[in-house]
Ligand binder design. Sequence first.
Ligand SMILES: Cc1ncc(COP(=O)(O)O)c(C=O)c1O
Length: 366
Amino acid sequence: MQVPFNYLPFEFKNNKAIFKEWKKLIKSTDFTLGKYMQEFEHNFKNYVNAKYCFGTNNGTDALILSLKALNIKKGDEVITVCNSFYATAGAIDAVGAKIIFVDCDSRYQINIDQIEKKITKKTKAIIPVHWGGASPDMNYIVKLSKKYNIHIIEDACMGIGGKINGKSPGTFGIIGAYSMHPLKSLNVMGDGGMVVTNNKKIANWIKKYRNHGMINRDSIEFWGVNYRLQPLQAIVANHGLTKLENVIKKRNENAIKLDLGLKKLYPNIIIPNRPNGYKETFALYMILCKKRDKLIKYLTKKNIEVKIHYPIPLHLQTPGAKLGYKKGSFPISESQALSLLTLPVHQFLTNKQINFMLKSIRSFYA
Ligand SMILES: Cc1ncc(COP(=O)(O)O)c(C=O)c1O
């Protein structure tokens, strides 16, 4: 039996509805901004309950746009977590600010106990990451940000469809950034992203900056860039949005089955705590495993496709080390990197495949 990690061939097997909309778009030649993108932005802001939403060409640009919108630049410091995707830190570097890492916690989220000691006069923002589609304690981070008058930009790239006591990831801070990369809970056929905010002034600036600083065709207010989401992708995203709740539901059901089966294997396998009130997207289903690398070989032989997110934390990557970080700087993320494993949890898995995965992991540790 095969258990694939990549679900895209199943998801995009039948694209009739998308092709139908694409045909309409092609006929309209509404290829930049336009009605399809506006429709998606409208639907997405309603989905996460934010006042303003702007489609961008990917999640990385959504983060850069967020930092730029708050005028974060050289000389400023931005605090984030060392076990994220490269883009979280890369975006901070892209605007010239200094990346200040903190460690993660046992749920692989930003370690909230380490943030306060890293705040200096230069700190302009905290970027908490909704890592793997789970979330850190956002209420605590909001309290800290108010105490020190620091902005929160949420990296909710993996958090679309999650909830913290009914509130969407990406709507706790002043700006939230999202990705629609093909392996995200809401995905398009390529790249896509968006930012949301409730702040009108910031929204006005983002709207113009994303589109060359244009006020109208003939004049600009300031120098801007082209970070626009493609209408072709907006159509795919709109379509995906109608299915999102089902996708999250199915992934949660699969995660519960995996949790139940794997709990019995403690301490060979450790499942993260899943606090009440937190609804995860399960963009990644991550566990900690003893003899991880041998287990990967064993599962791979059985055609079970697994991944590691990620084997090297950001602070130990070449540019991280250049910032002065070294082995031992963040022991939690470093030790997790040696035993983290991501199992398939996607919405197309069958019960048979889940049971096969559980049986195979059990037989490895037997
Ligand atoms: C946590 C996180 N931040 C940022 C990004 C960047 O998003 P994109 O690939 O759309 O640029 C990703 C995903 O790739 C991500 O997982």
